[in-house]
Design a protein around this ligand. Structure first.
Ligand code: PRP
Length: 174
């Protein structure tokens, strides 16, 4: 990452602490129940792995892959499902886990898609909420951190498929 300047936004310690807090909140809200946790590939894979290991209730795990086509740093508005879940969610409590909500288009599309299958409940947990660029009115139920505009990488988030593996989150200058 020599060619880009980067500034740390959330350290791995701060992330771990916040993930534990979120997991505690979720565990309390679903106490005695069982969850189907659905991660959105690829960005959510690290956050989801950490979160489900901290949630103290039984979870089934599944993934979707939803692609938004456009420039690398901005979604175009055209969202397409490229990998569906393989679990029946009818009558189940669903928690969607996502790395970042930006325009809101990806999550809006996915919520509409999953609601067609009549889950008992459906909530959303996002690691980062970038509120300024919303194109649709959208609120997540659980939010790790709210951030300003700016391009973030690490902890699953990429720039042109790079830097997902960084344990900390950085803001980069493009
Ligand atoms: C990113 C991110 C979210 C989506 C958020 O996914 O992981 O899924 O964009 O943007 P939105 O709120 O404007 O729709 P991306 O398409 O870059 O795929 P990735 O998860 O594989 O990085």
């Amino acid at each position: 990452m020599k060619e880009m300047s980067k500034e740390i936004l959330f350290s791995r310690d701060a992330i771990q602490k916040r993930v534990q807090e979120l997991a505690g909140q979720i565990s309390g809200d679903y106490a005695g129940g069982e969850l189907v946790v659905i991660g959105i590939l690829k960005g959510a894979f690290i956050f989801m792995a950490d979160l489900v290991r901290e949630i103290g209730i039984p979870c089934k795990i599944d993934f979707v892959r939803v692609a938004s086509y456009g420039a690398s740093s901005e979604s175009s508005g055209k969202v397409v499902m490229t990998k569906d879940i393989e679990t029946s969610i009818k009558g189940r409590d669903i928690l969607i886990v996502e790395d970042i909500v930006d325009t809101g288009l990806t999550l809006q599309y996915l919520v509409d898609w999953l609601k067609e299958r009549n889950p008992h409940s459906l909530k959303i947990c996002v690691f980062l909420d970038k509120r300024k660029r919303r194109k649709v009115s959208f609120e997540a139920d659980y939010v790790g951190f709210t951030i300003d505009d700016g391009f973030v990488v690490g902890y699953g988030l990429d720039f042109n498929e790079q830097y997902r593996f960084f344990p900390d989150v950085y803001v980069i200058e493009q």
